[in-house]
Design a protein around this ligand. Structure first.
Ligand code: IVH
Length: 688
């Protein structure tokens, strides 16, 4: 089939599926497959603007196929857990906890790590009010309608002693049996199969059609209760209580009183997990006392009071045929093993990462070797070993693999920086994958989100000499894009509109889009919020940067390095001239209540639910004043974890109350009858 025929075929198919879905209410393919067909059509259409058709099914949809749910902000961010893979690391966790609690006794609640997708449910007055996916941790998709179809999730609670308002988190999953039935059914209908129950559960929960969700027999286990008034200080007991309210709680949780008991639990489930009705990918270990959890607190991304122990990944053995090299947007060159196809944890694997030259040397890799492949974090496969016995028997073994000396894309000799394992192509300015990679990153969803462009269009414009860097995008005209082919007008206009619209993207995402090394989404957000504007960032010192949450030496010097480079500054100046946002939008916070009227409040310590900046803003919008140092006039201290001993002493001497984060949030959510000084926190004891 030619690409033209493929486009025509896809358009016919998608029209038919639209009809089945919207008119007949009887879809014959899943939403996910529908989306896949649509993505393929849009990809081909982008390659062939000359085949533009105003009535193509692609014209009905934005390319962001998952944007159909309302985004909801989580009251408490949904963090993930630090992963460990060995018993030594579990021991290290146990020791860290013990040290953090000054040697005090603690119990560990051992739980299974269910392999589905996490969900946050909010209940108000005993009824399910909202169900939200994890999303990016700060906000997720509102999937309440779909969640309501899961029979094991209570819509109304039983028991009566539940708090008026609370949040509970758990895992939505598809039991093995339902998964297998679903795939059998799909096979019969000639539909593509889901790779594993996690994908099936996630594809199902994101479905636009709740009746599809209802048929798919999802299940859910709950493992984390949050709120200002928990039944007790004991996590395990709280979950047993929650069971009485109607939630499904695993029967396989245990409290361990010693490290030995933790290890016994791991040993037991390492073998037994294959007999469970649902997929698990490890064990979760949590400090059982809620007050001890609070004392241990959080790092930027994960709690210090819990970890996940991941079971050994599945392995497969296959033949290495060739090593190729990929050049990324930073110029890093990654060796890739091309192998005979092999099944691994539900997917067929043909290519695997070899990471760097050192790994290739350690493996003493030869073409023709039988290699072991594993999925790291169950996503990207990697070569972890060679079957050396198979090698000695194989006379046809090919040459030893030697890392390339020059860039496979532009021929420039590669460099290896001191202390780094990776090789880089230093030719930032003319090495094509680096240029295209930087532009692809710039337009990506979490960055400028220019969804009228994609890797193919970027490659096309680059090949036609229209763009050479991200600033060039903003000079593109519909005429440039069309070139000789005037039938491209509509799609060209759409591209220009998409680029124009990106000028409204907030500063934090624009900063991320620049692609500064080591500056990911989260770090870009922290930096943008901390400095407020590009000018402030440009004028700051290395020390100023180090003061930003989550920024260490490596990130700080990478940021400095980036802006010290004249070529980068030229691009940034051009972007600024085109009108992109390089300042945090000044939102004048509106007054929300008088709950804190007349209060002078000191903020101290590290917080779990909101940043310090957000607390400052909350104080102001509720009528209070944030003051820097403790004095007799201080009304109270909003106290996070790890408040400094000097401050603590001063507070105690002056009799200034400490208010915990949760208490503070409760003060704002329930309008105070009068604005009396809040009660001294029970947490005061915890800080002694
Ligand atoms: S507790 C702050 N308990 O694993 C701690 N998580 O990598 C919140 N998960 O996002 C998580 N089983 O989706 C917890 N028994 C369990 C779990 C569990 C599965 C998932 C969950 C979470 C991820 C963390």
């Amino acid at each position: 089939m030619t690409e033209r025929q493929q486009i025509e075929h896809l358009r016919r198919e998608l029209h038919r599926h639209n009809y089945n879905y919207y008119i007949k209410n009887a879809p014959t393919i899943s939403d996910r497959e529908f989306d896949e067909l649509m993505v393929e059509l849009m990809r081909l259409e982008a390659l062939h603007p000359e085949l533009y058709d105003a009535n193509s099914p692609s014209q009905r949809v934005g390319s962001d196929l998952n944007n159909e749910f309302t985004q909801v902000k989580h009251r408490y961010p949904m963090l993930s857990l630090a992963n460990t893979y060995s018993r030594d690391e579990v021991q290290a966790f146990y020791d860290r906890v013990s040290q953090g609690l000054d040697g005090e006794h603690f119990d560990i609640c051992c739980e299974l790590k269910f392999d589905g997708l996490s969900i946050s449910l909010v209940y108000e007055n005993g009824a399910l009010a909202r169900a939200v996916t994890r999303g990016d941790g700060d906000q997720g998709d509102d999937v309440t309608a779909n969640i309501k179809t899961i029979r094991s999730i209570p819509l109304l609670l039983t028991g009566g002693d539940y708090p008026d308002s609370f949040e509970i988190r758990g895992e939505v999953l598809m039991p093995w049996q339902s998964f297998e039935q679903l795939n059998q059914q799909r096979e019969l209908q000639g539909e593509t199969l889901f790779a594993n129950p996690r994908n099936a559960a996630s594809g199902t929960l994101k479905s636009k059609n709740s009746s599809v969700v209802a048929q798919r027999k999802l299940d859910a286990y709950f493992y984390y209760l949050l709120g200002t008034t928990l039944p007790s200080d004991n996590h395990y007991d709280n979950l047993q209580r929650v069971r009485e309210w109607g939630f499904k709680i695993s029967n396989d949780m245990r409290t361990a009183h010693s490290l030995q008991e933790v290890m016994d639990y791991i040993d037991y489930w390492d073998k037994e997990r294959s007999n469970l009705p649902v997929a698990t990918d490890g064990i979760v270990l949590k400090v059982n006392s809620v007050s001890q959890q609070q004392r241990l607190g959080y790092t930027a991304k994960t709690p210090r009071w819990a970890i996940a122990y991941k079971f050994q990944a599945e392995r497969a053995l296959t033949r290495l045929n060739e090593v190729t090299y990929q050049v990324g947007r930073t110029g890093a060159v990654t060796p890739v093993a091309n192998m005979d196809p092999v099944h691994l944890s539900g997917t067929v694997v043909r290519r695997a990462s070899l990471h760097n030259e050192d790994i290739i040397r350690q493996l003493d890799l030869h073409i023709g070797d039988m290699v072991y492949v594993e999925k790291a974090g169950e996503i990207i496969p990697q070569v972890v070993g060679v079957d050396t016995e198979a090698r000695s028997a194989d006379a046809a073994l090919g040459a030893k693999v030697e890392f390339v000396k020059t860039c496979p894309e532009c021929g420039t000799p590669l460099v290896r920086y001191e202390g780094e394992a990776a090789h880089y192509c230093p030719n930032e300015t003319t090495c094509p994958p680096q240029i295209k990679g930087r532009i692809e990153h710039f337009i990506s969803r979490d960055a400028m989100n220019i969804d009228s462009l994609g890797p193919e269009t970027i490659a096309d414009y680059y090949a036609r000499g229209l763009i050479n860097n991200v600033a060039d995008l903003y000079q593109l005209t519909a005429e440039d894009i069309m070139g000789e082919n005037t039938t491209r007008l509509r799609s060209a206009q759409k591209v220009v509109q998409g680029i124009e619209a990106s000028k409204q993207v907030p500063f934090e995402r624009t900063l991320y889009a620049l692609g500064i090394r080591f500056v990911g989404k989260v770090t870009a957000k922290q930096i943008a919020r901390h400095f407020g504007s590009l000018d402030a960032l440009l004028n700051c010192t290395l020390e100023d940067l180090l003061a930003v949450e989550g920024v260490g030496e490596v990130i700080a010097s990478s940021v400095k390095h980036y802006f010290a480079e004249p070529k980068n500054m030229e691009i940034v100046s051009r972007l600024r001239a085109y009108g992109l946002r390089f300042e945090v939008a000044e939102s004048v916070p509106s007054r929300q209540s008088a709950a804190l009227d007349g209060k002078n409040i000191v903020i101290s310590g590290v917080f779990q639910h909101h940043s310090r900046e957000q607390y400052k803003e909350m104080i102001e919008t509720h009528g209070g004043k944030n003051v820097g140092s403790i004095s007799a006039k201080t009304s109270f201290i909003l106290a996070g974890q790890n408040m400094g001993p000097a401050k603590l002493e001063k507070a105690q001497k002056l009799g200034i109350p400490l208010v915990s984060e949760d208490e503070f949030l409760a003060m704002l959510s329930e309008p105070l009858v009068d604005s009396d000084t809040p009660t001294i926190s029970t947490q005061l004891d915890l800080f002694k």
